[in-house]
Design a protein around this ligand. Structure first.
Ligand SMILES: Cc1cc2nc3c(=O)[nH]c(=O)nc-3n(C[C@H](O)[C@H](O)[C@H](O)COP(=O)(O)OP(=O)(O)OC[C@H]3O[C@@H](n4cnc5c(N)ncnc54)[C@H](O)[C@@H]3O)c2cc1C
Length: 388
């Protein structure tokens, strides 16, 4: 069968690309349904973009790479698309936009656009072999079909959540055509501690400033049976390397030292733990009181003790044993090196007609809709090149 463009991977990027590329387009995926990660994203409501999206929110060996595609197909473009399809949405927090109803609305919109464009979709099919064929490509499929195409778009994402069909296919294909692939790591992923030291406060959450490798995030953190989770931790995990400390600044918006000094005068008989429990979860104060000296009354506190205690609460250094890995990671940090890919079109600079889009590339967004925006923007960069 002959196609102008074969897109492999019917996730966010692949569907968006197939819906906007011109000519005869075939989209294939080994899963039973397209857009499975969209379906489960954002707790079933899909955090489909972020109002504050620009290159600052992406990690890559080349932090400039994402700029062109993000500028040429912006969050406002995707919001306009969603609005045109009557999908109601709301901002939850920090510019994060979610569907009011269901993530399935986004999948249905993309399916509708693909149908309008006349793109074919083949599910439960994988590619067993790809080779150069003149100026184009030939792909052998698991159903024994042979597809020839002028353009080949690799949109099979990263390694996160193998249970949902994630594979290293994009990296293997990139290497096959002479591309380099960076080291890849699970990102936006909870930390684990082998000693399960937070099991007694599992379920407790609080605001925190979490710093990993010099980058800080102010959001909620959550103590779990296995370790730490919550948005601040997931964000920090994308910057963390095995063996490094993270620093947790508890109650980042509160001047704890100032409060303790003032209360020492006005409320001296009150227990220190009772006052701390007004600013931190009581179960966390209990947990910390086994490690830090929190005994006695406010009136007995010296300046030095207040300084030492608040310093410890604001610079809590922890060394995670590891992360929960690709099993639960929302994304993969790293991927196909961007140096050999056009930032304007996502086309390989080694093999004309070969494109890489979405999470497969070494572009990793923060939590909050950035990864989907990268999928939409990179897909549109390729689709526009495939229109011309
Ligand atoms: C639980 C969870 C929640 C998330 N929530 C959000 C969110 O709310 N907002 C946000 O911005 N990001 C979110 N993300 C991240 C986001 O889902 C991804 O960054 C995004 O889906 C990447 O798009 P993609 O098209 O590049 O890859 P994917 O969406 O992963 O699509 C890749 C497709 O390729 C297929 N495939 C893989 N290997 C093969 C193969 N060998 N042959 C054939 N097909 C193959 C897969 O079946 C899949 O359909 C979430 C991720 C997870 C896991």
């Amino acid at each position: 069968m002959e196609y102008d463009t074969l897109v492999i991977g019917a996730g966010a990027a692949g569907m968006m690309c197939a819906a906007h590329a011109s000519g005869r387009v075939l989209l294939i995926d080994h899963a039973k349904a397209p857009g499975e990660k969209i379906r489960i994203s954002g707790g079933g409501r899909c955090n489909f973009t972020n109002l504050h999206c620009d290159a600052h929110a992406f990690i890559s060996q080349n932090p400039h790479f994402a700029k062109s595609a993000l500028a040429r197909y912006t969050q406002w473009d995707f919001i306009e698309l969603v609005d045109r399809h009557g999908i109601a949405w709301h901002e939850k927090t920090l510019g994060q936009l979610f569907c009011d109803h269901s993530a399935k609305d986004i999948i249905a919109m993309l399916r509708g656009l693909m149908d309008q464009a006349g793109a074919d979709l083949l599910l439960q099919t994988s590619v067993t072999d790809i080779a150069r064929d003149g100026n184009g490509f030939v792909a052998l499929l698991s159903n024994s079909r042979r597809i020839t195409c002028r353009n080949l778009v690799i949109a099979t994402g990263g390694k996160s959540i193998p249970k949902m069909g994630a594979t290293g296919f994009a990296y293997d294909t990139a290497r096959q055509f002479g591309h380099r692939v960076t080291t890849t790591e699970p990102a936006l992923v909870p930390f684990t501690f082998t000693d399960r030291r937070f099991a007694d406060i599992s379920g407790v959450s609080c605001p925190a400033r979490v710093t990993a490798n010099g980058t800080s995030f102010d959001e909620a953190m959550l103590f779990t049976h296995r370790g730490l989770s919550g948005p601040a931790i997931l964000q920090a995990s994308s910057y963390w390397n095995t063996g490094q400390d993270i620093t947790v600044h508890l109650a980042p918006e509160t001047d704890l030292a100032g409060i303790l000094r003032a209360k020492r005068r006005s409320d001296g008989k009150k227990a220190l733990t009772t006052e701390l429990a007004r600013h931190l979860p009581a179960r966390l104060v209990d947990h910390l009181s086994t490690q830090l000296d929190m005994s006695g009354r406010l009136g007995d506190l010296s300046d030095a003790r207040i300084e030492a205690l608040t310093h410890d609460l604001h610079h809590w250094a922890l060394t995670p044993s590891g992360t929960e890995g690709y099993r639960t990671a929302e994304v993969t940090r790293g991927g196909i090196e961007t140096g050999q890919v056009s930032s304007k079109t996502m086309e390989s600079q080694i093999t004309p007609g070969l494109y890489f889009i979405g999470e497969a590339l070494d572009v990793t967004g923060w939590l909050g809709g950035y990864n989907f925006q990268w999928a939409w923007s990179s897909a549109m960069a390729a689709a526009r090149a495939l229109q011309s």
